[in-house]
Each structure stands twice: as C-alpha cells, then as structure tokens.
Design a protein around this ligand. Structure first.
Ligand code: PNS
Length: 159
C-alpha cells in the first residue's frame, strides 16, 4: 500500500532542521508532501511562492517529495489529498505541549495520526525566526540554512 504523509509548516524560510526532518521522513513514506500554510493574518518575510521555491530547490535531491501550499485546516488538506500521516519535528520539550495539543485535535477531528520525529541534536536550537533575526543583523547563518535560502537572505550586492 502506498503511504502518503505530509510535513506541514510555515517554512518562513525552510531551515536545516526542517530539511533534516524532511530527508528522514522521505525514507519512511512513499510520498511526502511538504505543505506550506497560507496564513492571510501573518505576512511573513517571504511570500508563499518564494517559500515553496526554496523548499523545492532544497529538496530536489529527494525522490517522492513534493511541495504544495494549503489554506484552512490541515485535516481538510489531508482528506482531500489522501494523506494518512502528519509528520512533525520536535526540537525540545518546549515544542511538546503545543504539538501534542495539535496532534490530539487533528486526530479528534479526522482520525489522522501525527508522527513525531526528534530533530537532530545539531539542529535543536534552530528556528526560522531566530535565523531571520541573526541574518537581519548581518550574522552568519550559512551553516543553518540550505543554499537556496542563504542566497535569498543575503542577496549579492549587485542584485
Ligand atoms: O511551522 P509552524 O508555524 O509551526 O506550523 C504550524 C502549522 C502550519 C503546522 C499549524 O499551524 C497548522 O496546521 N495550521 C493549519 C490550521 C489548522 O489545521 N489548525 C488546527 C490545528 S489543531
């Protein structure tokens, strides 16, 4: 049986921590959709098309990985796309409480299961917000994000 999973998030932008989860989850499922939430209430740094482009470029080496966006409830997206499993990365205990609430709500709404995957310890401190803040003030984030993100965070002077 084909097993289809979704890895949802804001991905503003994708980090090496996200990529670690996507790479490992892609080994476990036949198809993995990386789904970017379209949130009209939160503009973010990058628009959704740019976030999707950065994810596509960063995951082009992975087979079975596709990139999409969604509005509204994640469980409705899963129902409409035949997705059986939600995959979420957990960095630290601080992620746990909210993630468990969401997993329980999603399962209660639809029966869909959430699978948690621990982030690699080298990525445990990463968040898109922290990376944007460091990059904004000229800090080096080259080891924290995939190259397609780095080039957009620090466009060349002549661009
Ligand atoms: O990267 P993020 O911001 O932590 O991702 C959160 C996300 C997009 C996975 C979550 O907010 C979500 O699923 N939003 C869609 C709306 C929804 O289904 N809400 C109910 C969840 S219980």
């Amino acid at each position: 049986m084909m097993r289809k999973a979704v890895c949802p998030g804001s991905f503003d932008p994708i980090t090496n921590g996200h990529l670690d989860i996507i790479e490992r989850a892609s080994q476990l499922y036949d198809e993995l959709i990386v789904a970017v939430l379209v949130n009209p209430e939160k503009a973010g740094k990058f628009d959704v098309d740019t976030r999707m482009a950065m994810i596509r470029e960063s995951t082009s080496h992975l087979s079975g990985v596709t990139v999409d966006s969604f509005h509204g409830l994640l469980v409705h997206y899963c129902r409409d796309h035949g997705v059986e499993v939600i995959v979420k990365g957990l960095r630290a205990i601080s992620d746990f409480e909210y993630e468990v609430q969401m997993a329980q709500m999603n399962r209660g709404l639809s029966g869909i299961e959430t699978v948690f995957m621990p982030t690699g310890p080298e990525h445990g401190h990463l968040s898109s917000s922290l990376i944007k803040a460091v990059a904004h003030f000229g800090g080096n984030v080259a080891h924290l994000v995939p190259p397609p993100v780095l080039q957009r965070l620090h466009p060349r002077e002549e661009d």
